[in-house]
Ligand binder design. Sequence first.
Ligand SMILES: [Zn+2]
Length: 314
Amino acid sequence: MNYLVYPLKVMNITQGYDGSLSHRQHNLGNPKDYPIDDNGASSKKDAYFYCPCDEMVIKKIYGVGTSAGNTLWLESTTKVTTPSFYDYVGIIIVHPNDADFKGLKVGQKFKRGEKIILEGDDGKATGYHFHMAVGRGKFLGTGWIKNSDGIWVIRTTEGAVKPQNAFFIDPDFTTVKNTGGIKFTYLQTKPEEFSVMYVTKSLNVRYGPGTNYQAINSLPAGTKVNVYATSDSWSRISEKEWVSHNFLTATKPRQVYETKVTTAEALNVRQTPNGLKVKEKSPLPNNTLVAVMATKGNWTKINTDRWVYSAYLA
Ligand SMILES: [Zn+2]
């Protein structure tokens, strides 16, 4: 999974996005952004910004060799998974020093975990740190815009996002010293425990433990699922998919269907291979569990009269 994780080895946020200091104007004006300052472990110039997702590309470099604060625009080359959305992401980083931009150029790509640049104190910085702001989607126009308070803020297709809605903390990568009062979500590093069960009757899959939650798919009798948690009469079979526990059994049936997950953003379900689209529970959201009942050419049968294109399953 292409998670977006916090990009520093030590989190030491010295200014959040809604304090009384210089960041306040960033989210009082219109449009807003939600920057944080992080100086890594200490006031020394020793913290790097690491590529926080599978791949990022440099879209723009500004200010190097001038008195303006040096600024770097990074954009993910594919959609990333964050605690609140699945989309492209843009990050602007301010204050690295002129010398540390040496060798960096627009179009350059970085893989997850690679060092991109060292923190600095270029511009009006009071000490070595990164000033970072995140936007959902791709950069729009020049990648920033002067807001109604006269402050330059990040500009992306889907707008600025708060750091806790953008970054997970990977505890295997980042040591948390100071969150700046922001509540982040941690990536689960240990695999979750589960019990294997089987579906006894075609049942709805929902985004929560109750019939008030949206039904997004159905699984046929015989589907093998992993049950991670059970709450009242509902069982969680993935990070966010729930089914009624009344239609699950631990007894292995004669006919067992293994599952795959959808990789398309929205995957159409059809009545027959390459046939008419069904109206119910279609398209399937990204990362939905489906049963593999049969395959025919490039098509996979996921339930009675429900077929999807096999290339979008993994
Ligand atoms: Zn700042």
